[in-house]
Design a protein around this ligand. Structure first.
Ligand code: FO1
Length: 330
């Protein structure tokens, strides 16, 4: 473990979406003790399906930290069976969203607990304890927020219909987070942002538009992140103009942005003290630094567990060189 607490700030907050963000979250969890790391996850992908509350990003982070995740697809559980889905298909029900037999237990438990009146934060804490996740994982909010994807062809799609059912094929012109104006940050999220021990905020390499923006759009959060004494850094989810995972680059094109890590840095520019670029994008360094954002260049493509740990260590060391409001290169 790198830090043991004490007089210097030693707590870190990671902001994560699903699969891409969870990879770095795992690296961070391997180098920071449970009391040093909090992971706040997007919940605007959440939806009710077949009567169950599904929270894909929370579950992906939780399963990844518990080492229960399906390593190939990123979401869902390793060694899953699909009898429920096959039976559902037989009955002529919708099967575009694949719910595995074991995964189903998580959704059933969560839905029952929410129906009993517990908050999503309370349910997530319970599930984490049961799955053996020792680091703090919590939702961005206990309020319901739902991403709507605004289509070039007109109209809108709910996020999972766009992402899973339609495989991100429709062209997009923007996103709307329903109910975001009424949402409040979850208690743990508020607490960590007010913790004098907070040493850095790390925006994981998640989709800026549909994974991180919902978190930043909760009223008060952007201002809190601007005001917090700890530096805020982001790891680019775009390397060499391609998304590490998912539709980020495609969305950039459709939103008329250059498909580049620079667009990510620009997107978060008002918050960032530091930005992590991959070796492949080393030539973009001066462009990002001209925005007043310090940079490091490292290997940010995470294939193995060693890659995740190395990137986590690089990001943490980088954050420790930064002082709020004063960008410096390392
Ligand atoms: N993603 C898919 O591409 N196809 C699926 O059938 C699917 C099912 C699924 C079930 C539970 C869960 O927690 C996640 C699931 N995901 C699936 C992942 C998913 O919805 C997305 O990766 C995220 O919403 C984007 O972060």
């Amino acid at each position: 473990m790198s830090d043991s607490g004490g007089a210097t700030a030693s707590k870190y907050l990671a902001i994560s979406g699903g699969v891409g963000g969870a990879k770095l979250a795992l690296g961070l969890a391997r180098v920071l003790a449970p009391h040093q790391l909090s992971i706040v996850t997007n919940t605007a992908d959440d939806f009710d399906h077949l009567g169950l509350r599904i929270c894909p990003d929370l579950d992906t982070v939780m399963y990844t930290l518990a080492d229960l995740n399906n390593k190939e697809q990123g979401w869902g559980l390793e060694g899953e069976t699909w009898n429920f889905l096959a039976a559902l298909r037989n009955l002529g029900d919708e099967t575009w969203f694949q719910l595995g037999d074991r995964d189903l237990a998580t959704h059933l438990t969560r839905t029952a607990m929410l129906n009993q009146g517990l908050t999503l934060s309370e349910v997530t804490r319970y599930l984490c304890t049961k799955l053996g996740v020792n680091h703090q994982v919590f939702p961005m909010t206990d309020s319901r927020v739902a991403t709507q994807v605004l289509l070039k062809a007109g109209g809108k799609l709910s996020f999972q219909h766009y992402f899973v059912r339609d495989r991100c094929q429709p062209e997009v012109v923007g996103f709307r987070f329903d109910n975001i104006d009424a949402a409040t940050p979850s208690p743990a999220f508020q607490e960590v942002l007010h913790d004098p021990q907070l040493a850095a905020v790390i925006i994981c390499p998640s989709n800026p538009f549909v994974s991180v923006d919902p978190v930043l759009s909760i009223p008060g959060i952007r201002n809190m992140l601007r005001d917090v004494a700890a530096p805020v850094i982001a790891v680019s989810p775009i390397v060499g103009g391609q998304a590490l995972k998912g539709p980020t680059a495609k969305m950039m094109k459709e939103l008329n942005m250059p498909q580049s890590a620079v667009s990510v840095a620009r997107h978060y520019a008002d918050l960032l003290d530091g930005f992590v670029l991959d070796h492949e994008d080393a030539e973009l360094r001066p462009v990002v630094e001209d925005m007043g954002i310090a940079t490091i260049v490292t290997s940010s493509v995470m294939i193995t567990l060693k890659d995740r740990i190395q990137l986590a260590e690089d990001a943490l060391s980088f954050s420790r060189t930064l002082t709020r409001g004063m960008s410096e290169s390392s």
